[in-house]
Write a protein that binds this ligand. Structure first.
Ligand SMILES: [Zn+2]
Length: 313
């Protein structure tokens, strides 16, 4: 794998190379792209290093072994790459994969599957993959690829080794609206950066108020939330923004560079929250976000969220 990426993605390179050299690969990886565009190629290169009879660790093939050549021709059956079929990665695609991988391999003792755009797993396909990950088989390696880890449900995350790629510098320098439209699924109607930034402002105010007024915030949800976020898609988007906000608060606490939100509000809230509190709040928001996916009653869910967030101490 990966000798090609030694400079651009030094840290990732070292982790993956070590896994190959020591023959200690994980059962499941989550490759967090952070906007780096060649992650799928890195995943394929990693798979090559796993399969190559010469343990060749370059991006190209070793020129001699059948495995490398077949991977290049896209005809190596022990490596499967799954891409979204339309909007989603469908359950049927994963059922098929599982069926294939449940029979004994004839060629090698390892099998690898790559799920590109793993943020496009819907409820039922996420559950299927979860079951697959819960019963790890010694010879199956999963590589999920997503732009960032917040797009992946916690139950899947907790079963994966997370490999985070260097952020894309070009995007890093853009303003918040552009960054968001690069990294997140944007609901219909938010077709300009201005409209996205309006929602960002709403979220900032919402969090600031909830942090100050605690449970009293329940009295203001109509104005602060429901008038701004209508429908499931828009609510998911809003919850993701909240998650980003608290993650950035955490970054601030850890003296790391915040990803999206770097402003006085974040600064002062970072000071008034302990790391453990921020983590707990993130857990609560993530949980609420999962409930939205399952069609929960949004006003009730929001009240519950406010109460739970206010009770974190
Ligand atoms: Zn080879």
């Amino acid at each position: 794998m990966l000798d090609t990426y030694i400079e651009e993605q030094e840290r990732v390179y070292k982790i993956l190379k070590k896994a190959i050299v020591e023959k200690k690969t994980s059962h499941a990886y989550l490759f967090e792209t952070n906007g780096y565009r060649e992650v799928k190629q890195v995943a394929i290169a990693f798979a090559k290093a796993i399969f190559c009879s010469k343990s060749y660790t370059n991006d190209a093939n070793c020129q001699t072994c059948k495995q490398c050549k077949n991977i290049d021709k896209n005809s190596f059956i022990e490596l499967r790459i799954i891409e979204p079929d339309g909007m989603w990665i469908k359950k049927e695609q994963l059922d098929e994969l599982q069926k294939e991988f449940s029979t004994k391999s004839l060629v090698t003792n390892k099998r690898v599957y790559i799920i590109n755009h793993a943020d496009k797993l819907n409820n039922s396909s996420a559950n299927t993959i979860l079951k697959f990950l819960e019963e790890p088989s010694d010879n199956i390696i999963a590589i999920l690829i997503a732009d960032n880890i917040y797009q992946i449900i916690e139950t899947i995350l907790s079963r994966c080794q997370i490999i985070s790629f260097h952020r894309n510098k070009e995007i890093e320098s853009k303003d918040i609206g552009e960054k968001i439209s690069f990294y997140m699924c944007i609901p219909e109607g938010l077709d300009t950066n201005e409209k996205i930034e309006e929602k960002v402002e709403v979220i900032k105010k919402f969090i600031k108020t909830i942090e100050e007024k605690k449970k009293d915030m329940i009295l203001f949800t109509q104005h602060f939330w429901h008038e701004n976020f209508i429908g499931k898609e828009m609510n998911l988007f809003a919850f993701n923004l909240m998650i980003y906000f608290y993650r950035d608060m955490l970054a601030k606490k850890l003296n790391m560079k915040p990803f999206l939100f770097d402003n006085p509000t974040l600064e002062s809230l970072a000071q008034s929250n302990e790391i453990s509190q921020i983590n707990e709040k993130l857990r609560i928001i993530n949980h609420a976000k999962e409930d939205i996916k399952y069609n929960a009653n949004i006003p009730l869910l929001l009240d519950k969220l406010i109460i739970e967030l206010s009770d974190v101490y």
